[in-house]
Write a protein that binds this ligand. Sequence first.
Ligand SMILES: [Zn+2]
Length: 145
Amino acid sequence: MLPVLIGGFLIYWAIFATLGFSDALPMAVAFVFVGHVMTFLGYEWYHMTAHLNIRKFAAEVAVTRSHNMHHFKDFSKMFHVSYGGHIIDRAMGTEITPDHRDKLSRIEFIRTLGMEPYDPRLVAARDIYAVKLGLSEQQRRTAQR
Ligand SMILES: [Zn+2]
């Protein structure tokens, strides 16, 4: 992250200085700060909309579709949650192509968020929520599969 900050700062500073701005240095600092804050907010916006069942624009729908592959096909792939972020997944070798996606089944432990069904954390949570929700023994056994 630091090399990106420094690189971005130097590029902005060079551009503003070349264009003759007398405040090239503070302008470059402001551009880097605002740019990174906006990038982070954009990242969080897309991730939030991907997880909420709300009306979405086309870019948000595209991000939701690709992010679903991360959660429902392969947790070790498709890390991007920004529109156009698939370029980074492709560069890092973590992309799931449409052809490959169709060959993948849903992940094995979808109901346990990727944890083993008998993970002690899940067993403890089931014990607590089964009582709170008044689940039958049959429902508890079904949840453990
Ligand atoms: Zn997510």
